[in-house]
Design a protein around this ligand. Sequence first.
Ligand SMILES: NC(=O)c1ccc[n+]([C@@H]2O[C@H](COP(=O)([O-])OP(=O)(O)OC[C@H]3O[C@@H](n4cnc5c(N)ncnc54)[C@H](O)[C@@H]3O)[C@@H](O)[C@H]2O)c1
Length: 255
Amino acid sequence: MGRLNGKVAIITGAARGQGEQAARLFVREGARVLLTDVLDEAGEALAAELGPSARYLRLDVSREDDWARAVSAVAELGPLNVLLNNAAVVFARSIADTTLEDYQRVIGINQVGTFLGMRSVIEPMKHAGGGSIINVSSIDGLQSKNGLVAYSASKWAIRGMTKTAALELGQFGIRVNSIHPGGIDTLMGNPAGIATADLDRYYTLQAIPRVGQPVEVAWMAVFLASDEASYCTGSEYPVDGGWHAGQRNPGLPGA
Ligand SMILES: NC(=O)c1ccc[n+]([C@@H]2O[C@H](COP(=O)([O-])OP(=O)(O)OC[C@H]3O[C@@H](n4cnc5c(N)ncnc54)[C@H](O)[C@@H]3O)[C@@H](O)[C@H]2O)c1
């Protein structure tokens, strides 16, 4: 028995990175998955590799009409149980150098995309008798960094929206939670493609002194999607190697 046996899921941003790893684990654990992204070639190839339990559909999360098409398409796999709102873009620029267009582009994908996704699945999940919505925020939705005004705003918004949705949808058996990855070795987290061993040097004072791997975040998504998480809603789940706990201080005992 897989941990997600019989469940039907939509994963956004599934063509690569954490979304790809989640798609692999979801299928391995028995789910039927609609993989979605704007990277059609990579998404199609992954769905073909994963076999009959996986399908690919183009879904730009910022487009309302794309969400309507995705909800229709997933119905062919069965009643919808899980939405993993994972797709996002990052944009690093000081506040002074961020144009309104830059800001609105990031908000449009990360924040509006998450809102549209949640709203689109309410009726199908009610029809299925309940479900799990998993919104991928970030460590930057719990704190922030210079240069991340638009990204951090979008990720804090996701954290807040998650709680509103949990309060509105719990009565229908729909759970809503947010995942907060720390530094993860994907194209987003490591755009220069630095070798993992070199990347680990940036994390020497973290409780777990290394960069995270995308599959480590995907396992949290499996848990929240599964019935193992039946009493979990409205909560924040960091997968950050202890980043949020603080940093080891070499000047104090125990370091
Ligand atoms: N990598 C990290 O260090 C890190 C840290 C904290 C949070 N996160 C979050 O984790 C999630 C996954 O990120 P990742 O590291 O796998 O990044 P990634 O860039 O490898 O993957 C993101 C995916 O989203 C897709 N995407 C982008 N815009 C889209 C749109 N408009 N519609 C649909 N799909 C779109 C991309 O094509 C890509 O496949 C994101 O929400 C990200 O903000 C990542």
